[in-house]
Design a binder for this molecule. Structure first.
Ligand code: GLC
Length: 748
């Protein structure tokens, strides 16, 4: 008996001391203990406060009062570094429990050192380099007190009409998974609490890129098999990589908006993937469930979003307004609120915000030469050479005296930054005109004409000016494409041709008989098949960020060979969309004898197969395509076995030889094809790639290994399995059969 009294007295004493010890404030305590200690102290109002994110462009007293009252958990934007310090000081010193705020911002492709748009970054197929770019972005953003970026955007994007394809890593789940994970590693580093790392946010969960008609925010209908085998893959990889947060998407997914979708947010994300970070809604997406007709009012929107598992509401206030009575009425369980708030607190603890609330990176690396060098490397490796007739490129400086630089994008710093470059400053941009003048102005006579006011101009205002300088030059560099305003959120296009009078300009210039090099800057694949044969060479430079001009110049003049490859299929015409490489074979696949149709002159069908009467069924440029200044030969594809069992590992090797006279990087791509299965299977699936660097004449044996994991897919019953049967293994320089060596294996 006496022992019992002693024990319970001890227990009581311990509890009291623990309560006053404020475990949650003890940095040496285990994070989970700190979370539960803090949750036990929080009122329901304070819990709901953590679930509210506000946008803040201008500081004001009202918002400071809300922070002091513990009614805000996060801000996006939130003004200057000083504004963030002011807000955080109030949060940690005036609110009852001193819970720090988390500051978010769209640091999508660089902060002040603006990198190429993510679609350009994906074209490098160089995850190590892309990780460095994200590290640069994190270090610069954290200097301004930003704790969290709403990136990477890893929506599978097969539709270039969709303006947001610019922010994506393209059409393939494997490539998007690798590039998205590299960005997350770069942003978050090995220690989220380090001053130069920030929390990442995998977005937009999920299926947003499948918007019907390529129209932003539009309906998406994705069967579960397609969802799991394609659209969810990059998010699954992101969660495995340890992404701190996700963002729920705007789109209605199979009749249930992604922001109120129990299946994706709870069953898959939390029950199957055991995710314990937090999900923030996209801007206003909770309220938009009313527009969707999925919620009668804000109260129902709040129930559906919170019960599905959206931890934090961005900008709108349905949680703040309705959660208290929803909990009192039992429609929302307080235990579930605790789980959701724990997810938010867990990220704040991991970020170290309870111990170092301002989280400001003290080192000054913004816009340093080191950062610019990384930006230039990414831009250089992002550029894709699509055409190079008569090896017009690289330009030989000794054979040129007069150079014409023409086009509305030759000296367009703001457009070069691309979409979502909130913190980019055009004054820091080196344009192609500036770079070429700086490097070669003393050797060449350089003429310049913008030829058009903007890429969308429908007048021929400076055409004569352009024609006149081209007439007296030895070759013409033509910078055309899309301005940044045509790219990004809600900027969708029903046509993909070069806007304005750009095609006419090419037409006129081509009549001069000068070597014509077209450099396209754009945020998406464009269609330019009717002018491609009027120019010698075509470089695709995306929107290449602040160092794009130097990168383009280095490639044009042969300092380095282009090495980028397409992360997305380029259609011949918008009418072909959707067109992507990992398509199904259909019961009547078209064959090469059905190629060769010229656009606009339909003929009698010669055979009943899946093709068009008026345009080739093949893309203008396939996924994984990109030329170099050299020539590469693939040979000796060999497999370790012709038959493998499920628990074997298949070794694949191929020899790659640089048979040209130019040093180049080469992206070696590995695909598989499951020839038959319990469901129809794609004609190709990317399962590996390696980027190598070859001197002229150099050969390299490139090796891959494939395991049963690489052959698995979700079958009709959503079992993740590899089925025995015949497979083809491809290795080569693009997804096009003519660029691939092929071998067969049997999976037992
Ligand atoms: C936007 C975008 C999202 C972005 C968020 C915050 O509407 O959909 O990608 O991160 O709002 O700016």
């Amino acid at each position: 008996m006496f022992n019992f009294i002693r024990l319970s007295a001890l227990f009581f004493f311990l509890n009291i001391s623990l309560f006053f010890a404020q475990i949650y404030k003890n940095p040496s305590e285990n994070i989970e203990k700190r979370i539960s200690d803090l949750l036990n102290r929080m009122t329901l109002q304070e819990k709901i406060g953590q679930m509210q994110q506000y946008n803040l462009w201008e500081m004001n007293d009202k918002v400071l009062e809300e922070v002091a009252d513990g009614k805000v958990g996060s801000f996006l934007n939130a003004g200057s570094k000083e504004d963030k310090i002011k807000l955080q000081t109030v949060a940690v010193s005036k609110s009852r429990l001193g819970i720090p705020l988390i500051f978010g911002r769209d640091v999508i492709h660089g902060y002040k050192t603006v990198l190429p748009i993510p679609l350009g970054q994906a074209s490098t197929w160089n995850p190590d380099l892309i990780k460095k770019g994200a590290e640069v972005a994190a270090a610069e953003a954290s200097e301004d007190g930003i704790h969290w970026t709403f990136a990477p955007m890893i929506d599978i994007s097969r539709d270039p009409r969709w303006g947001r394809i610019a922010e994506s890593c393209g059409e393939d789940p494997f490539l998007a998974s690798v590039m998205g994970s590299a960005m997350i590693h770069g942003f978050q580093g090995e220690n989220l609490a380090a001053p130069n790392t920030i929390a990442a946010c995998a977005k937009h969960y999920v299926g947003y890129g499948a918007a019907e008609g390529g129209r932003d925010y539009n309906t998406t209908l994705i069967p579960e098999g397609e969802l799991r085998n394609i659209y969810l893959k990059p998010f699954q990889a992101a969660v495995k990589t340890g992404v701190a947060t996700l963002m729920s998407a705007f789109n209605d997914l199979n009749g249930v908006p992604a922001t109120g979708n129990n299946f994706t947010l709870k069953k898959i994300l939390r029950k199957e993937w055991l995710y314990d970070g937090f999900v923030v809604s996209d801007w206003g997406a909770v309220s938009e469930m009313i527009n969707h007709g999925f919620a009668k009012d804000g109260e129902e929107a709040a129930v559906k979003a919170v019960n599905a598992g959206v931890n934090m509401e961005m900008v709108t206030e349905n949680y703040k307004t309705h959660l208290t009575q929803l909990i009192n009425s039992g429609k929302v369980k307080v235990e579930w609120i605790d789980t959701l708030v724990a997810g938010i607190l867990r990220v704040k603890f991991k970020l170290g915000l309870f111990d170092n609330p301002f989280g400001i990176n003290p080192s000054k690396t913004t816009l340093t030469n080191t950062n610019k060098k990384i930006a230039k490397e990414i831009a250089t490796e992002s550029i894709v050479l699509l055409q190079n007739r008569n090896s017009t490129l690289p330009l030989n400086i000794d054979k040129i005296n007069n150079l014409a630089i023409v086009g509305p994008l030759a000296d367009a710093p703001a457009d070069q930054l691309g979409t979502w470059s909130l913190d980019g400053n055009p004054a820091n941009v080196i344009t192609p005109l500036k770079a070429i003048k700086k490097e070669f102005g003393h050797k060449l006579k350089i003429y310049y004409s913008k030829a058009m006011e903007t890429p969308r101009s429908n007048d021929r205002k400076y055409f004569n000016d352009a024609l006149e300088i081209a007439g007296k030059s030895d070759c013409v560099l033509l910078f055309l494409g899309e301005d940044a305003m045509l790219s990004g959120e809600t900027h969708c296009r029903a046509f993909l041709n070069l806007p304005g009078k750009q095609e006419e300009l090419i037409d006129e210039l081509s009549k001069l008989g000068k070597p014509l090099i077209l450099i396209i800057l754009a945020g998406r694949p464009l269609t330019f098949g009717n002018v491609a044969n009027k120019v010698n060479s075509i470089l695709y430079a995306w929107h290449p960020g602040i160092m794009g001009g130097e990168a383009i110049s280095d490639i044009l003049f042969g300092k380095v060979s282009p090495s980028g490859k397409l992360p997305v299929t380029f259609p011949r015409t918008v009418g072909q969309i959707p067109i992507y490489y990992n398509h199904k074979n259909t019961g009547r696949p078209p064959s090469p004898n059905q190629l060769g149709r010229t656009l606009g002159t339909p003929e009698n069908p010669d055979g009943y197969a899946s093709y068009y009467l008026d345009v080739d069924y093949t893309p203008a440029y396939p996924f994984g395509y990109g030329l170099t200044y050299s020539s590469l030969k693939y040979s000796n594809l060999s497999l370790s076995d012709k038959t493998i069992k499920l628990d074997d590992t298949l070794q694949v090797s191929v020899s790659v030889t640089n048979t040209g006279n130019f040093r180049t990087k080469e992206i070696v791509e590995l695909y598989i094809r499951d020839l038959y299965g319990s469901i129809t299977r794609p004609v190709k699936e990317l399962k590996g790639f390696k980027k190598i660097d070859l001197a002229p004449g150099e050969s390299r044996k490139v090796k891959f290994s494939l395991s049963a994991e690489d052959f698995k897919f979700y079958d009709i019953n959503m079992n993740y399995i590899a089925e025995p049967g015949e497979f083809e293994i491809f290795v080569g320089g693009s997804s096009n059969d003519k660029d691939l060596l092929k071998e067969k294996i049997i999976l037992k």
